[in-house]
Design a binder for this molecule. Structure first.
Ligand code: PLP
Length: 403
């Protein structure tokens, strides 16, 4: 992989922050966008902008065709059986909320929903609120200290009361790549459907929804070099066909009278109102870009960065890294004895290095480790070994100043 060549596609990386070359290690929060993605959005607004599915005029037909092509591209990318299974949303958060809303009639008093202890708030709070409303129970599959889950324990938790398992593909804090295919197999043996939170999974793993077997898979474009404000809920046709609509309004209807409304077919039933067409086209461009570079090349490069950074950080006195799964994505959360993560994050910023500090929207996981937050460095395809050297030196320097 020619990183220098790739970096030319990400002009934002070529800037100084606080007088130092920017080192962008906050990719788990959001990735930067390559020129082909920016160009696709620009082209859309320069030449194709129109509302979709509504007009007979030229631009509307062009925009509609491009939007539906983007849907088909996403379907192929994650190997969905049918593009009707691809719902455009604003992102993972909206995808999960959509599902939590439309599954509500299926969740009765006394039912149970299982999540894991490493969930992002986005895949926790919607289920907790649904359980509260419907007098159901939220059960939490514990995380081991090394940041993994115990599949035998999962089996025991999947009692007949469990109506859904909602679990992350990859932890945004620990980097743990959960064995999702096995998890789905275990859940299905008990008749439990599965939602996978793929916010990180889409960027750091090959996602083949048919092979994994998940009933639902949610992700955000912006974690995989696409624009913000666009995401996907994949749902098996047999599920989405049965579930009720989410929001009501234009586009999602079939026939409307003052007495009664019937609803449109999939996927439009779940896309009320004007969608983010430019976002969908940007997502297609991003997935094409990733495919062109090659998923294996990207994962291989990210893994080298992860191994190298882990080794370098471990040499720093007082270092505590959270998450030691054998299968781990390029995310390192850490603390250093006697150093507040926020102070470290601020000092690193002074040196041009962008990392995330805090609870990473996973407060219960922080409680489990008995900490308030961590520093998190997370890598993308454009990061380099040299940047890791700069980062490790900067951490050492900052620690000396803070101690
Ligand atoms: N789930 C995980 C694992 C995440 O990392 C994130 C974002 O950080 C989300 C869900 C929420 O994604 P979004 O804010 O794009 O909806």
């Amino acid at each position: 992989m020619d990183i220098e060549h790739i970096r030319k596609d990400f002009p934002i990386l070529n800037q100084q922050v606080n007088g130092k070359p920017l080192v962008y290690f906050d990719n788990a929060a959001t990735t930067q966008k390559p020129l082909p993605v920016i160009q696709r959005i620009t082209d859309y607004y320069l030449h194709e902008n129109s509302n979709v599915h509504r007009g007979v005029h030229h631009l509307s037909l062009v925009a509609t065709e491009a939007y539906e092509k983007a849907r088909s591209f996403v379907a192929n990318y994650i190997n969905a059986e049918d593009s009707k299974e691809i719902i455009f949303t604003r992102g993972t958060t909206e995808s999960v909320n959509l599902l939590a809303t439309v599954l509500s009639p299926w969740i009765q008093a006394g039912d149970e929903i299982v999540i894991s202890g490493m969930e992002h708030h986005s895949n926790l709070v919607p289920w907790q609120q649904l359980c509260e409303r419907n007098k159901a129970r939220l059960k939490v599959l514990p995380v081991d200290l090394d940041g993994t889950i115990d599949l035998n324990f999962l089996k025991k938790m999947l009692t007949p009361q469990v109506k859904l398992l909602a679990i992350t593909h990859i932890s945004n804090v620990l980097g743990t790549i959960n064995p999702v295919k096995e998890i789905v197999r275990i859940a299905h043996e008990q008749g439990v459907p599965v939602l996978l939170d793929g916010a990180q999974g889409i960027a750091h793993a090959k996602v083949d929804v048919q092979d994994i077997g998940a009933d639902f898979y949610a992700f955000s474009g912006h974690k995989i070099y696409a624009p913000m404000g666009i995401g996907i809920l994949y749902g098996r046709f047999t599920w989405l066909r049965r579930l009720p609509p989410y929001q009501f309004g234009g586009e999602m209807i079939d026939k409307v009278s003052f007495e009664k409304t019937t609803f449109n077919e999939l996927p439009y039933k779940y896309e009320a109102g004007t969608p983010n067409v430019a976002g969908a086209l940007g997502l297609e461009a991003a997935l094409r870009y990733v495919e062109e570079i090659g998923l294996d090349n990207i994962f291989d490069h990210e893994d080298k960065l992860l191994q190298y950074a882990t080794k370098k950080l471990q040499d720093i006195e007082g270092m505590r890294i959270f998450g030691h799964a054998k299968d781990k994505a390029a995310v390192i959360s850490f603390l250093i004895n006697g150093v507040h993560p926020y102070d470290l994050g601020m000092l690193l910023d002074q040196m041009g290095i962008a990392v995330r500090t805090g609870h990473h929207c996973a407060e219960p996981l922080m409680d489990f480790y008995g900490i308030q937050g961590t520093v998190r460095s997370s890598f993308g395809m454009y990061n380099t070994m040299e940047e890791i050297d700069v980062f490790a030196d900067a951490v050492e320097k900052a620690v000396q100043m803070l101690r």
